[in-house]
Write a protein that binds this ligand. Structure first.
Ligand SMILES: Cc1cc2nc3c(=O)[nH]c(=O)nc-3n(C[C@H](O)[C@H](O)[C@H](O)COP(=O)(O)O)c2cc1C
Length: 168
């Protein structure tokens, strides 16, 4: 799929088939995430792949907008490592870029939805405890991944009133 077509047709997938994501597809998603731009090329990210149903099913207990994890075969948690972060708070942007790269790569055969984690303290703590994460690692965003059972139609969001030229 061409890059622009991928961007323009991407939608969040929240209804998944139960069949697993192949190891090849998972590797493609992780490579896409790590290919993202980051400030000073610091790449402060780590990725936790969650495919144990017992773990996935516990997440909606503290993340009420993540109910689809009761049915999704997999999720990827994008985290930032404090030891790799610069003094400036660019880690959120770095991890967000990685998250979007994964979502776009998922258009090639699977589907996914971005589930916000940081800065919601309950979600951050819930994931840190559930996934036994070291204190230096902060969860930023979670991506539910799987083969779509239902994909929303592409939608046009172009809004010329949001464009400003040379000044506000
Ligand atoms: C920072 C962020 C947090 C989000 N959190 C959630 C979430 O917790 N649950 C969910 O179902 N969708 C979540 N979404 C997905 C948005 O609802 C979705 O992207 C938006 O409605 C636009 O729809 P589309 O992705 O199909 O184009 C999140 C998206 C972003 C960027």
């Amino acid at each position: 799929m061409e890059a622009l077509e991928t961007i323009m047709t991407r939608r969040s997938v929240r209804d998944f088939r139960s069949d697993p994501v192949s190891e090849a597809d998972l590797q493609t998603l992780l490579k896409a995430g790590m290919q993202a731009p980051s400030a000073k090329n610091e790449r402060p990210w780590h990725f936790i792949v969650i495919d144990d149903p017992d773990v996935l099913h516990k997440i909606p207990d503290f993340h009420r907008n993540a109910q689809m994890l009761k049915y999704a075969p997999m999720a990827i948690l994008v985290c930032s490592d404090r030891k790799l972060e610069s003094k400036r708070a660019t880690w959120i942007q770095d991890c967000s870029a990685a998250t979007e790269n994964i979502l776009l790569a998922a258009m090639d055969g699977v589907g996914g939805v971005w589930l916000g984690v940081f800065p919601d303290a309950v979600r951050v703590k819930g994931l840190q405890e559930l996934l036994i994460m070291p204190a230096d690692i902060r969860p930023v965003s979670l991506i539910a991944v799987g083969h779509p059972a239902l994909t929303p139609e592409p939608t046009n969001r172009f809004d010329p009133t949001r464009i400003h030229k040379n000044r506000w």
